[in-house]
Design a protein around this ligand. Structure first.
Ligand SMILES: C[S@@+](CC[C@H](N)C(=O)[O-])C[C@H]1O[C@@H](n2cnc3c(N)ncnc32)[C@H](O)[C@@H]1O
Length: 340
């Protein structure tokens, strides 16, 4: 895969442009040189038309992609080329590996277990993952190897996160997103996080910033794990976390406004107005949006802001692929009081 070489000061702008054009290769890592940055791009003739210096370079894969490649490499001797096509990216959460095994390669489960244990000798559990269910967004899992538990402690962004995948939602792939938000936050902010789960966002932000966070979660099991997580990380946290067990839709109307609201909204739930009303400076609102509906989503946010008598600017960031043509996105909404 090629890379484009751009002056360091232009790197962020060019990266955004490449992403917009669908030419950026997010599976690989950019590389910094002396005054320049090499940005990974996909093989596409359009690149040559953009007037950047294009180099025939193979930039290294992001660590999670590299691990996946390692598994694929190890299994290449056991699975046919066609079967390898069905192999999916997997996650390692603490000492548990979770992997989707499509029915087409179900008969290869033993080989996949063997491969995963070779790549990660420390694993204690391997679980096959199903789909998220219900308002608490808990996934279905079946343990295919190892100890019969789905509880573990995962390390992310310098904090410990105790999880029980059979009782509460947790997505390790949001690691980069949590780091991004922590970097946007400034010391002194008051932050509200409804739909807080076992507290991964709150912990990462409080680790980096002296802030006051109010977090809300309805699932009692997630709430209990979250309380344990505050204790587990007590020494590391610069910020304070107040954790409330309850329904965000009932509690938020009673709460004051905050400098920043972060809404890791459960899929299928519409909490836009609810959370916008509580945000004085910023709202980061997560949702699942079809690629053709991104502009409509932006217009809806702007419309809601206006109804609340506020102005806002909205930047919509693609966070991950969800299914063909549908993305998980985060709307970063900057809110101000209307001047007219
Ligand atoms: C998509 S998960 C996000 C969890 C967490 N922020 C994370 O990223 O790991 C949504 C969370 O909202 C919780 N939830 C669902 N409905 C809720 C409600 N009405 N009030 C508070 N929490 C709710 C679910 O139990 C789940 O933990």
């Amino acid at each position: 895969m090629p890379a484009v070489k751009v002056p360091r000061r232009e790197a962020e702008t060019v990266k955004r442009k490449l992403k917009r054009l669908g030419l950026y290769d997010g599976k690989r890592r950019p590389k910094r040189g002396d005054g320049y940055v090499l940005l990974p791009v996909i093989n596409d003739p359009l690149i040559e038309e953009l007037d950047y210096e294009v180099l025939p370079l193979e930039l290294s894969l992001r660590p999670e992609r590299q691990l996946y490649k390692n598994l694929e490499g190890i299994l290449a001797g056991r699975l046919s080329r066609e079967e390898l096509e069905y192999l999916r990216r997997y996650d390692v959460i603490g000492d548990i590996a979770v992997i989707q095994i499509p029915s087409e390669i179900e008969h290869r489960t033993e080989d996949i277990i063997w491969g995963l244990r070779k790549v990660h000798p420390f694993l204690k559990v391997i679980a096959r993952k199903g789909f998220h269910k219900g308002a608490f967004r808990i996934r279905e899992y079946s343990i295919v190897w190892g100890e019969k538990r789905l509880e573990t402690v995962h390390k992310e962004n310098g904090v410990w996160v105790k999880v029980d995948l059979s009782k509460a939602f947790f997505n390790p792939r949001m690691k980069g997103e949590r780091y991004r938000l922590a970097q946007l936050v400034r010391d002194g902010e008051r932050i509200l996080i409804p739909f807080a789960g076992v507290l991964p966002y709150a912990l990462v932000i409080a680790r980096y910033r002296r802030v006051k966070i109010t977090a809300i979660e309805l699932n009692r099991e997630a709430y209990k794990l979250g309380l344990e997580n505050i204790e587990l990380n007590r020494e590391k946290l610069k910020g304070e976390i107040e954790f409330i067990h309850g329904d965000a839709f009932k509690l938020l109307p009673e709460l004051p406004t905050y400098d920043r609201v972060i809404s890791p909204t459960p899929r299928g739930v519409d909490a836009l107005r609810l959370t916008l009303e509580k945000a004085n400076g910023w709202l980061h609102y997560y949702d699942f949006v079809h690629e053709e509906r991104v502009d409509a989503f932006r217009r809806r946010i702007i419309g809601e802001c206006r109804r609340l008598g506020r102005d806002c600017s909205v930047r919509i960031k693609k966070v991950s692929d969800f299914k063909p043509h549908v993305f998980k996105v985060c709307a970063d909404v900057e809110i101000s009081v209307r001047s007219d």
